[in-house]
Design a protein. Structure first.
Length: 237
């Protein structure tokens, strides 16, 4: 069960969600596009938390009813109530964990766009084909989410796929959804280039980097830089 301190925090966020619902319908907010966009993002972040919290409260209420029914003199009714209690307790435990995750600090980069880099690793032509498969997977997922995609650069493989491809994916919550995709990806299969039917292991690396908004970009004043040039004086210098 969740501690009372966490529950109070959740209820406060639920009240904030109701407040945002009211604010987003006010003409003053609607006419202020920057504020409307900011409140809409906050509303979207809290939506899933409120849905889970509602399910949690309903499960807790159903559990109380089931506990009362389990004390009935009717044995068949009591047995059914005990079975329902087990299911509800398992659901409450799952919802407990989900609510704790929703209480984790929000990463500002989660709302932004990403640069997706895919590079073929070990495996030769099959690795390039696998890199192409990964790109198609991410592009189809982005399309299903309603995100925008753009290929920034590409180095095609000799037999299909890519030695390297860089794309930008834009939309709400893109980085939050894709940031854990970074790393090495491997596949074991019979390549289309294999003539003897042997299984090969190929790899590709994926890098997911948040796009920094122009308003947050760091600008360096050249006048503040000091550049020194040195030349070795020893042999080979």
């Amino acid at each position: 069960m969740l501690p009372s301190a966490l529950l109070n925090r959740l209820f406060a966020l639920s009240e904030r969600f109701d407040e945002l619902n009211a604010l987003l319908s006010e003409p003053e907010v609607i006419n202020n596009q920057d504020r409307f966009r900011s409140l809409s993002k906050e509303h979207a972040r809290l939506h899933d938390l409120v849905v889970v919290l509602d399910r949690y409260q309903k499960a807790k209420a159903d559990l109380q009813v089931a506990e009362q029914m389990s004390r009935e003199s009717d044995r068949e009714m009591a047995a059914m109530a005990l079975e329902e209690m087990k299911e509800l307790q398992a659901e409450i435990e799952t919802l407990d964990e989900a609510l704790k995750v929703h209480l984790l600090p929000h990463d500002p980069a989660d709302d932004g766009d990403v640069i997706l880099e895919i590079r073929a690793g070990t495996g030769g032509d099959e690795a390039a084909i696998f890199a192409g498969d990964l790109l198609r997977m991410y592009l189809k997922y982005a399309d299903a989410q309603g995100w925008r995609t753009e290929i920034l650069s590409e180095q095609p493989g000799e037999h299909g796929g890519y030695r390297e491809v860089i794309a930008q994916i834009s939309g709400d919550g893109v980085y939050a959804a894709l940031k854990f995709e970074s790393g090495a990806h491997r596949v074991q299969r019979v390549p289309t280039t294999e003539t003897q039917g042997r299984v090969h292991t190929s790899a590709a690396t994926v890098a997911v980097m948040p796009v920094v908004p122009e308003s947050e970009a760091i600008t360096l004043d050249p006048s503040t830089l000091r550049i020194d040039t040195f030349r070795a004086s020893g042999a080979g210098g």
